[in-house]
Design a protein around this ligand. Structure first.
Ligand code: CMC
Length: 392
């Protein structure tokens, strides 16, 4: 019989070679194409990081301008998409809507199915990066019963997303530059994270040669779960449920009790066993944004800070190396911006699209890559004879 390595959850299996993102979990290090996330967060911006992830190098000024023009040119979705949205219930979770709408893009961009054509791959990547914010904003507008707002291409990527979410056609809307910068930073910090569950899903779906829009829809579905991208929504809902600082010990005790089935959302990571470098930047960003908005006394932030302090000095969390992850802080910023919690994971999906599509492109270009096909250890019945229904 064949002999397999048994590795449920792929804790020690490398499924591909990749030159995009490097993580050293013990050191708390995250590099994109060799550049540290801290340096990128300080000096770069989202679309430049997109270019870096997609093409491997930081762009020259001319390359960046050209890339921004190409992305901007694709921000609108096909007008017929509006009908597609109308088929959903208004109270649908925007992630459910996004899985459907992004999957449906495969029907609008059928040419992208020709994945052997490098030009088709390129245009699919640009379309995806350009249209995801539009689709997420439309899902939001639909859920609150407001008219869709078309993209405004004079704004930058993050500012345009805020505009499409918060502008109301009847009123003048001016994007707050502090919020646009904070949104850009959230997007940058989520842009890629090597072979996480949703990226592996995109690669697995793509390994069969499927249409790239369908592959990204698979990634969005995987991201939705609370152990992955859904943690940002779950974390903020947990902070709201805790409500006041005096109730924190109760929740910490519950998280330590295995039988409770409860985990502190926003804590722990499969790879980072020291700290999550994205969380450090995000925490700083949360402090800055709330101070600039004059809401630093936000009770949620007080609960978050105290929860962090208590958990980090608790033996259970120390011994298991459970630290706040990126999603512990991102939700506080998004809440301050006025987003409902249901929009947190769609914002993660927008941000991660460049990671998914960069990894998909890398995989398709890798001629040594085979279809992803794990094996199993069979633990069911051995061969047995069929018994007629009258004799069972
Ligand atoms: N609260 C309490 N206990 C925890 C937590 C937590 N948040 N996370 C892990 N543990 C315990 C777990 O019970 C286990 O204990 P034991 O060894 O006694 O059985 C130990 O720590 C290791 O946990 P694991 O589930 O085996 O670790 P994993 O690598 O499979 O899971 C994780 C990683 C992120 C899914 C997990 O830590 C978790 O569920 N965290 C909460 C959800 C969350 O914040 N997810 C966002 C991750 S960062 C954003 C992203 O990249 O998607």
């Amino acid at each position: 019989a064949d002999v397999f390595t048994f590795d449920p959850g792929f804790t020690s299996t490398a499924a591909c070679e990749s030159a995009i993102t490097y993580i050293d979990g013990d050191k708390g290090e995250l590099l994109h194409r060799g550049y540290s996330i801290e340096e990128l967060a300080e000096h770069s911006h989202y679309l430049e990081v997109c270019y870096l992830l997609l093409y491997g190098e930081l762009p020259t000024a001319a390359q960046l301008a050209d890339f921004e023009t190409r992305v901007t040119r694709h921000t609108m979705v096909h007008e017929q998409m509006h009908y597609f949205f109308r088929g959903f219930r208004r109270d649908a979770h925007p992630m459910a809507t996004m899985v459907g709408v992004v999957g449906a893009m495969a029907a609008f961009y059928h040419d992208s199915t020709d994945i052997n054509d490098p030009w088709q791959r390129e245009v699919a990547a640009i379309r995806m990066i350009a249209k995801l914010p539009t689709i997420a904003a439309m899902a939001y507008k639909y859920s609150v019963g407001q008219p869709f707002v078309y993209p405004k291409n004079s704004l930058d990527y993050a500012g345009n997303f805020l505009h499409m979410c918060f502008a109301i056609p009847a009123e003048e809307y001016v994007v707050n530059p502090i919020l646009a910068k904070a949104m850009d930073r959230i997007m940058m910090l989520h842009a890629d994270h090597e072979q996480n569950a949703s990226t592996s899903t995109v690669r697995l779906a793509g390994s069969s040669g499927a249409n790239p829009f369908a592959c990204i829809a698979a990634g969005i579905a995987c991201l939705w779960g609370p152990a992955h991208g859904g943690a940002n929504q779950a974390c903020l809902e947990m902070l709201k449920e805790i409500g006041t600082v005096d109730r924190i010990p109760e929740y910490v005790a519950k998280a330590k009790d295995k039988d409770s089935g409860f985990r502190l959302m926003g804590f722990g990571h499969r790879v980072y066993k020291n700290f999550d470098p994205r969380a450090t930047v995000m925490k700083q960003s949360a402090d800055e944004v709330l101070a600039l908005l004059g809401v630093e006394n936000n009770p949620l932030l007080q609960v978050a800070k105290e929860l962090e302090r208590i958990a980090l000095s608790d033996e259970y969390f120390i011994s298991k190396k459970l630290y706040p992850n990126v999603d512990f802080y991102s939700g506080i910023i998004l809440e301050a911006m006025g987003f409902p919690t249901s929009m947190f994971t769609p914002i993660f999906a927008i941000s991660r699209t460049v990671g998914w599509i960069s990894q998909w492109k890398e995989m398709i270009a890798d001629k040594g890559q085979k279809i992803g096909r794990p094996r199993q250890l069979y633990i069911g019945e051995p061969h047995r004879a069929y018994v007629d229904v009258r004799n069972r």
